[in-house]
Design a protein around this ligand. Structure first.
Ligand code: ADP
Ligand code: GLC
Length: 461
């Protein structure tokens, strides 16, 4: 597998969770799995197993491959300081790194070098645009190389909203022929698209939920690739992500002040008290608490929350609200203003903090995900296991994982639609006995990787 992130080594979102858990589940089923990611500055050093130059177009970057074996999976880190030894993963405060096309083209080339010398795969599994050139390099540049004869390539789309588009002038720099720059190839509205490359050249493509696999074939969700995807529907499928219940389980979670289970909720109240205290909210355990952990991006619908939470007569004003995340500066400011104006009921934090994310999952009564689109979404699945009833927009993986028995769904895209759904949930919360039944039903759901890993195995076969 080739990707830009893998937990616990480098993570900005759910992609990393998948690369930290799907390979382990596959290994448990008996597959030999290796994962290749860049060695960013934040990835701890490991032992070097090989050194070579990564060749990309005119470049030849000295690099070393470091290896860690984790739960039966070989993780290879591409240690190439010129490309990855930087403050950020994709960029810094002033934007994306201007050489991201070279950084991620090099990732695919390094993965091919790993496959040649350290780990010979039957299947290459590339994730998201960062690994989108891998199938192109294999099929175009190495088509006659006997080393890779018979190897197949799978491309997983975790998020169609990130397409890896660059000006056509980068073609020589990433070592690809101008002859590939046409609408059936790399060209996407005048640019080179790494995502499109993956879609076109992979033997099979999938995305991370069945509903999203259908949605991306429509103009509403297709980011202008819907036509391309409809034409490739013969090789497109949807496989729901699983989650790692070793990491996300309220009965054992080491990041929580108390543990609890479907049979005994008392520890959840301790988590709620701790969360309220940590966020400087009044410790009122009877008032419902709504939690949010999210990247602040257009995709996540956070503007709807801002719109719905401000008004005094909004249903959200009856609850306490904890919002934690980072991203879009305008949204960060809007949440900050909301918290300043409503200090007794709204608290917000900006940053990235794994422990706080767990505490919010455990300490909240409800978890809000009003996403415009959501390829899978993991937080609502964590919420189910933590007895934290999800309120979600009925789209993508949210649609596939939450039902009327376990949570609340809405379809509109306005603050009023969101407020109405929260209102319904808050009314349901008043009947504690049926609410606790709802919590239990969610906690009993099983979204472990086992079933989904088997589906990937079938795809590989
Ligand atoms: P996406 O990948 O689109 O951001 P997912 O729901 O699939 O959405 O996954 C998000 C993952 O990132 C979850 O594991 C979530 O806990 C984590 N996460 C998101 N924002 C933060 C944050 N600010 N601090 C800690 N973890 C976060
Ligand atoms: C992306 C999607 C998210 C999905 C994750 C892992 O970041 O936005 O919905 O859960 O990838 O597949």
């Amino acid at each position: 597998m080739v990707a830009s992130e893998a937990a616990p080594f480098a993570k900005t979102g759910g992609l990393a969770d998948v690369l930290g858990s799907l390979p382990v589940a596959l290994a448990r089923l008996g597959a030999a799995v290796a994962v290749v990611i860049p060695r960013y500055r934040s990835v701890p050093p490991a032992s070097t197993v090989s050194s070579f130059r990564i060749r990309v177009g005119p470049h030849a970057f000295p690099a070393a491959i470091q290896e860690v074996v984790r739960q039966g999976v070989r993780y290879f880190f591409v240690d190439c300081p010129a490309l990855y030894d930087r403050e950020g993963i994709y960029g810094e405060a002033d934007g994306d790194y201007p050489d991201n096309h070279v950084r991620f083209a090099a990732l695919s080339q390094a993965a091919i070098a790993v496959a040649r010398t350290l780990f010979r795969p039957d299947v290459f599994h590339a994730h998201d645009w960062h690994a989108g050139l891998l199938p192109v390099y294999l099929r175009q540049n190495l088509a006659l190389d006997p080393t890779f004869a018979g190897a197949r390539c799978i491309f997983t789309i975790h998020n169609l909203g990130y397409d890896g588009n660059f000006p056509a002038s980068v073609l020589p720099e990433i070592g690809l022929s101008r002859a590939l720059f046409h609408p059936e190839g790399l060209e996407f509205y005048g640019q080179v698209s790494f995502l499109k490359a993956g879609i076109v050249w992979a033997d099979s493509i999938n995305t991370v939920s069945p509903t999203y696999a259908r949605e991306i074939q429509t103009p509403e969700f297709g980011f202008q690739m819907d036509g391309l995807l409809r034409a490739r529907s013969y090789k497109l499928s949807g496989i729901l992500n699983g989650v790692d219940y070793n990491e996300w389980n309220p009965e054992t979670d080491a990041r929580l002040p108390a543990h609890y289970s479907a049979g005994d909720f008392s520890g959840k109240r301790i988590c709620k008290a701790e969360l309220l205290g940590e966020m400087d909210l009044p410790i009122d355990l009877d008032r419902p608490l709504i939690g949010i952990v999210s990247r602040f991006a257009e995709q996540k619908g956070m503007d709807l929350v801002v719109g719905a939470a401000g008004a005094e007569d909004s249903p959200l004003a009856e609850a306490a609200l904890v919002v934690f995340g980072s991203g879009d500066g305008g949204l960060e400011n809007a949440f900050r203003d909301l918290a300043l104006a409503n200090p007794r009921r709204v608290a917000m934090g900006i940053g990235y903090n794994e422990s706080l994310a767990h505490l919010i999952e455990a300490g909240s009564d409800m978890f809000l995900m009003p996403s415009r689109y959501e390829p899978c979404g993991l937080n609502q699945i964590y919420s189910l296991r933590y007895g934290t009833v999800p309120i979600v927009r009925a789209t993508g993986g949210l649609q596939d994982t939450v039902d009327a028995e376990t949570g609340f769904k809405f379809t509109g895209l306005t603050a009023a639609d969101l407020a109405a759904a929260v209102g319904t949930a808050l009314r349901a919360y008043e009947d504690r006995a049926t609410w606790q039944e709802r919590m239990r039903r969610g906690m009993r759901k099983d979204f472990s990787w086992d079933a989904s890993a088997r589906e990937y195995q079938k795809l590989y076969e």
